[in-house]
Ligand binder design. Sequence first.
Ligand code: NDP
Length: 502
Amino acid sequence: MTKYKNLINGEWKEPSSGKYSENINPANTDDIIGLFPLSNDADVAEAVKAAREAFKKWRLVPAPKRGDVMRKVGDLLVEKKEAIAFEMTREMGKVFEETKGDAQEGIDTAYYAATEGRRLFGMNAPSELPNKLNLSFRNPIGVAGIITPWNFPMSIATWKIFPALVSGNTIVFKPAEITPKTAHTLVEIIEEALRSVLGKDYIPGVINLVHGKGSVVGEAFLASKDIDLISFTGSTEVGRRINEVGGRMLKRVSLELGGKNAQIVMPDANMELALDAVLWGAFGTTGQRCTATSRLILHKDIHDKFIEKLVERVKKLKLGNGNEKGTDVGPCVSKSQRETVMKYVEIGLKEDKAKLVTGGKIPEGKEFEKGWFFEPTIFVNVTPEMRIAKEEIFGPVLSVLKCDSLDDGVRILNNTEYGLSSSIFTNDVNDAFRAVRDIEAGITYINGATIGAEAHMPFGGVKGTGNGHREGGWTVFEFFTEWKAVYLDFSGKLQRAQIDNY
Ligand code: NDP
């Protein structure tokens, strides 16, 4: 059994606790992928010290050169894409086609970051005084603590690490304990690219990887005075805690949290397209996406027909190991995630008294015995105040609500504490644009599923989904850089702004 290590100051090191946890295939719990460090405060302190030291030099490497490192990372990811996808499916369960997409998003993000190394534009402005020039620059901030979830083990990490590095920050990285392998491979690749591009000028400690539990390693990130910023994707509960502690310590914090995304279907929509979208949106990644379609809002005129067709299609979805051809839906990521799903099915039936039209149980059959499988599940007769309409489930469960107009549909869609993704199916251009205007979400798709963000676009949510920052594209560079204003006075005398000129 391979024992993996942390990367600290350019060296692969065992955790100081000497303890490890098993990385287990959720489709077959007999398959142990490897043993990964259960690190503690001492490992974090060492990693932060290395990152702090590395920052002194890395911030001075020209940004286009830092971009060259990203290009090399992109090239290495291209070479290893299929192998990464296979291992990712093995450790977290979603189907191979989707893990290839996850890896591709990392590649896109690397190449985008590479080019940003030659931009990182500042802004200049005229001075209110003669013979004076006003400039402003983006500066790196320092050590970035990166904490990621398990559902997109590659892409979410790259959305944070690549722009942070190109901006000139150094990294301490804690991936989710249950998906450490993809993170490990990613860090190996970044380290290889740093060594290859910087050559004799290689700087150890630019990226540090500390495996382990959020309650230990994550908490140590929060407590560290030497971590200047934290970029976090995960649950609302943990996000709140990070924001509280970060607020007290004046850390810069970016949060991407939960979602309760909805797809509206109007009577004039292309029904087959809307069906394809909801299948992909609700059951892709076994419903474990922050952008998953977990509510379907159907106009009353098409409701019954749509449900009939949807149930027919859902029953045909093939559950199984995501690395086997023909599988549509993989397992839940873990026992506890499946238990959460089962708890919500119980709530849907007993407390909410919604109607279950398909799924709702663990599938029967030998091939499912060793994995955390759960049938794709649909509830109808769901009303906005029900818990299954409001709370994030993060599994293959779809709640269907009825609306009687566009305004009613948008009102139902907005009736949630979250605001990440949304979608509307209509062929009426006026309805489409009214929906874009009125939907409270960071992302709205017209005639597309709630999932499928592109690497160069702003990504993030409103309301309880986050704290207003955006990942993706150039917008993420706002988080990872700090503005510096510079005034150049070449008048040869003391010029007093606001005083000498008015
Ligand atoms: P968690 O919040 O439990 O975990 C996310 C990360 O935070 C993990 O690395 C975890 O470590 C770590 N963590 C846990 N506790 C602490 C702590 N006290 N201090 C610091 N770090 C900590 O979420 P899940 O992993 O269960 O992911 C599911 C949730 O993430 C869902 O609610 C989903 O909506 C959200 N999510 C949001 C996305 C978005 O972009 N908006 C994308 C993906 C998921 P460990 O688990 O290893 O102990």
